[in-house]
Design a protein around this ligand. Sequence first.
Ligand code: 1GP
Length: 252
Amino acid sequence: MKVQEKINFAISEKGAAYLILIDPDEINGEKLISFVRHCEQSGVDGFLVGGSLMMTNVLDEVLETISSVSKLPTILFPGSVSQVSSKADAILFISLVSGRNAEHLIGTHVIAAPLIKKSGLESISTGYMLIESGKKTTAEYMSGSSPIPRNKPEIATATALAAEYLGMRYVYLESGSGAEKTVPNEMVKMVSSALSVPVIVGGGIRDSKTAREKVENGASIIITGNFFETETNWNLVKEFADAVHIKLSTKV
Ligand code: 1GP
């Protein structure tokens, strides 16, 4: 089964899928092995791997470590062309549709496409939208683009629809890693109701209740990253997974 089919299957069976973002700069070796095993036992549906800015050169190693101990899919979440790796199962082929920076809409994609072809990676086209979230985020700074104002759900909806009509398979509403504020529920709701493709929501989610709220408002995939970079939070992975898997449980 392809990765996208696995994720879509999880969405239809469990109500939504829960993916954890692993930043290779933050975790490696034995600690990564323990974390990945813990995630698998706790009901996580897969891993995104990558980040807007990577300071170390351990992406392949991290992907190999994850695959050596888990059958969960690994999906690249690339901040740049240098993050294409044949060690992953798939890549989110993201176009920054909320911005007007041609490099991030199509430029880097032209450079990455032959590398993806050669690597055999499954490519999942994704319309990526930065949503204003308080302070300036790394994604915003690195991409040189303005986020969509958080009080303008109609702009987000029009943008997301355009991404769907361009053929993108997922739309990702991103408030940025470590964001002060998550994507507003009203925006998640308006975008999800308008779209046929699954909506991913991530950025700043630090508790299971917030994750659940995004699903209740229509999100099909929830991403968390930062929160589980603190080991003392690992005991909450299952609580997050249960909250996202709305069809399997009624309480958070
Ligand atoms: C970032 O949406 C992801 O691209 C995750 O954000 O690290 O804030 O959970 P956090």
